[in-house]
Design a binder for this molecule. Structure first.
Ligand SMILES: Nc1ncnc2c1ncn2[C@@H]1O[C@H](COP(=O)(O)OS(=O)(=O)O)[C@@H](OP(=O)(O)O)[C@H]1O
Ligand SMILES: Nc1ncnc2c1ncn2[C@@H]1O[C@H](COP(=O)(O)OP(=O)(O)O)[C@@H](O)[C@H]1O
Length: 200
């Protein structure tokens, strides 16, 4: 399809916006099963960044699947489109000069690789919240695993749909061995150099 889209060159760049904010901008992407701990950990990381005066925004199921992506199901094709749109939104926010936290199951490797190419490698930190399906089912925070076992939910990741674990994440947290505090410390330690304005 011919699109005839010719981008306009704006004078204020991403670097200008970072300078004005006096911070670097990048995307932290949390992936893992439902109930693995993505939101719990992202929430505390964001609070720690807030205390440091870092401007952030968190994208997760509530503000995305109930809003802009409320037309998408949990089929493999719709999950791919879900992640693609979120990556594009995150890219705009990183371009705007924010540190963005995104917490999505994002079970397919090819979809996560696509995020990396949309936001560019240098701006992307992949955080794998590694919690076994058995433990997530034991927690069953939202009662979804019970519903999936009863056949009321199709395509439930970890039960009736696959989760392709990241092979080489920047950070891996095993929530069956590490506490929330330990996880947050590990993440903050990793990203602290990246918060600096001139970090490459
Ligand atoms: N079938 C199925 N599989 C997995 N998860 C399900 C499903 N149906 C509903 N939910 C709820 O939707 C949240 C996952 O949405 P995501 O947008 O993160 O999923 S995905 O990245 O497109 O795979 C997920 O939220 P989290 O628990 O925060 O991960 C669930 O609450
Ligand atoms: N070490 C841990 N890290 C994160 N969550 C944990 C940990 N140990 C237990 N939990 C619990 O697991 C649940 C994770 O739920 P949630 O953060 O909503 O997961 P997700 O966003 O991945 O669906 C919460 O009830 C949380 O208190």
């Amino acid at each position: 399809m011919e699109k005839n889209i010719i981008p306009h060159t704006y004078q204020i760049s991403q670097d200008d916006r970072k300078k004005l904010n006096n911070q670097n901008s990048f995307l932290m992407w949390f992936t893992g099963l439902s109930g693995s701990g993505k939101s719990t950990i992202a929430n505390v990381v964001e609070q720690e960044l807030y205390k440091k005066g870092i401007k952030t925004y968190t994208l997760d199921g509530d503000n995305i699947r109930k809003g802009i992506n409320n037309d998408l199901s949990f089929s493999p094709e719709d999950r791919t489109e879900n992640i693609r749109r979120i990556a594009e939104i995150a890219h705009l926010m990183v371009d705007a000069g924010l540190v963005v936290l995104a917490a999505f199951v994002s079970p397919y490797k090819k979809d996560r690789d696509n995020i990396r190419s949309i936001v560019k490698d240098v701006n992307f930190v992949e955080i794998y919240i590694n919690t076994s399906a058995e433990e997530c089912e034991r927690r069953d925070v939202k009662g979804l695993y019970k519903k999936a076992r009863a056949g009321e939910i199709k395509n439930m990741t970890g039960i009736s749909a696959p989760y392709e674990a990241p092979e080489n994440p920047d950070i891996e947290i095993n929530t069956e061995k590490e506490t929330v505090e330990e996880a947050v410390y590990k993440i903050i330690e990793f990203i602290t150099p990246k918060l600096q304005l001139n970090h490459e």
